[in-house]
Ligand binder design. Structure first.
Ligand code: MG
Length: 228
């Protein structure tokens, strides 16, 4: 097989990410129930706050912590307590300290792929936080480059194509997010491998769109071996 370039997503593709945020949110919502709102309503306010903060402050634990704090202040009003603000700070620190939980089959599959193809890790988020996760994962040696971007849109994929001189017919984006990985890559004319994760963050959901490139849908990262 010819040598291809594989751009590979990290969060919820190489390691678990969203489940840890979900656990934190569950705990947070429980802490707020005494205010008399339903869990659904608390979650709704948090979701709206997160969307706004991501536009202003980007992705990452710090932006998420701000969303938890603002949601609490909004719902508690004058009844807001210092102890709960401290609990939110504790939750954020714990979340950031959580070591990456590498998904099944990932290291051996990367080892195989790196022998035959050029691998580039492409992740979005807060640069220092994502870099720390990559470092702790121990997976860097398999990659020719590590790219951390603020958002993954068609413009970023165009930039990757230019920067790494990727021949589009031989370039692929591999990831779990239709919105950030699959649709913008296909739109750019790259091919894509969609590996759905049962716990994909709701903000990453989108209808799959088609493009000029090929689209493969796999059930696990390990299955890449069958195609590359
Ligand atoms: Mg992802």
């Amino acid at each position: 097989m010819a040598r291809h370039t594989l751009l590979i997503d990290a969060d919820d593709t190489l390691w678990e990410n969203n489940i840890f945020f979900e656990k934190t949110i569950e705990h947070f919502v429980t802490q707020l129930e005494h205010l008399g709102y339903t869990r659904e309503y608390i979650r709704h306010i948090l979701n709206e706050t997160e969307k706004r903060n991501i536009r202003q402050h980007g992705y990452g634990v710090r932006s998420f912590r701000r969303s938890l704090e603002e949601t609490y202040m909004k719902l508690a009003g004058n009844a807001a307590r210092r102890e709960l603000m401290q609990e939110i700070a504790r939750l954020a620190i714990e979340l950031e300290a959580t070591p990456p939980h590498i998904m099944d089959g990932v290291p051996e599959t990367l080892a195989y792929l790196a022998k035959h193809h050029r691998l580039i890790l492409l992740t979005k988020g807060e640069p220092a936080e994502q870099a720390a996760k990559v470092e702790r994962s121990g997976l860097q040696p398999y990659f020719d480059a590590i790219e951390i971007v603020l958002e993954k849109d068609a413009g970023v994929y165009e930039r990757m194509v230019e920067q790494f001189k990727i021949v589009k017919t031989h370039g692929w984006m591999v990831g779990n997010s239709p919105r950030s990985d699959i649709n913008p890559a296909l739109q750019t004319g790259l091919n894509a491998v969609f590996i759905p994760h049962t716990d994909t963050w709701h903000l990453e959901h989108a209808e799959l769109e088609s493009g000029t490139g090929k689209l493969l849908i796999l059930t696990s990262f390990r299955d890449l071996r069958e195609h590359f």
